[in-house]
Design a protein around this ligand. Structure first.
Ligand SMILES: [Zn+2]
Ligand SMILES: [Zn+2]
Length: 250
């Protein structure tokens, strides 16, 4: 960009504050990055927010995403996954469900801050980069029950998978799996009850998933009851294998 057009853009930003780009996380006006000319900090996030959003690179179980207490531990299978692994093969996640990442997921999901979806999609893609360029046949979100979808207005997991096909992650197939009944509220239940509660909730379309490798996407992974029920439905419909991608692991 020429010196003239650069000063024009800077002037416009000074006199019309609405034109200034702000951090999508905290709203602070982003500085011009002088090293790279007029280019703004990538992804529209300020440096302090960026340091609070670091991906987890070690001390977790690659199968279920369990986060180990000591950050020095290597990435290795947890005891549960050695003894009775979940039906999915691998869990990709950006970071633990805490701090700023947790705030962002809650703002996005319960306060309808859809402006965050592009940014959160970037975090999910970052999590998937751990797969070393691995491509899935199809990418599909964990579905919401239609009634919940009407109340919330959007499916947070569907918004997260948009664009993953352009990133070469696999073909996005939004309705490969559907909810055929709503599950009573899961919050007050212990894990075994949650799993029972979700039996028969999901149905996968075998015409879409048979013999396919599937990447199942959700916003967070907590007890794994939902992921287990959805994965089992996909495998029952003939999916070859299922992996899981979430923003945060609780
Ligand atoms: Zn910020
Ligand atoms: Zn594990």
């Amino acid at each position: 960009m020429s010196l003239l057009s650069r000063s024009l853009v800077q002037c416009a930003g000074r006199f019309f504050p609405a034109l200034q780009q702000r951090c999508v996380v905290c709203g602070v006006v982003l500085p011009w990055d002088d090293q790279q000319g007029i280019k703004l900090i990538p992804a529209g996030v300020c440096a302090p927010c960026r340091t609070l959003l670091q991906p987890r690179t070690g001390a977790f179980c690659p199968r279920c995403g369990l986060i180990f207490p000591s950050p020095e531990e290597p990435v290795s299978l947890c005891l549960n996954c050695r003894l009775s692994p979940p039906p999915w093969q691998e869990t990709f996640f950006f970071g633990p469900y805490e701090g700023l990442l947790k705030d962002l997921v809650l703002r996005y999901k319960f306060h309808g801050q859809l402006g965050l979806s592009l940014f959160l999609r970037g975090l999910l893609q970052h999590a998937l980069s751990r797969g070393n360029g691995r491509v899935f046949d199809i990418v599909t979100p964990v579905p919401l029950h239609p009634e919940k979808l009407r109340r919330r207005g959007f499916n947070q997991s569907l918004e997260l998978v948009r664009g993953l096909d352009r990133k070469g992650q696999g073909t996005v197939v939004p309705k490969a799996i559907i909810r055929i009944r709503s599950a009573p509220d899961q919050h007050a239940l212990v894990r075994a009850e949650r799993i029972r509660n979700l039996k028969g909730v999901f149905l996968a379309d075998s015409a879409l998933v048979c013999d396919k490798s599937v990447l199942l996407v959700d916003d967070i992974l907590t007890t794994g009851a939902t992921a287990k029920a959805a994965t089992e439905a996909l495998l029952k419909a003939g999916a070859r294998e299922v992996c899981l991608a979430v923003l945060a692991r609780a």
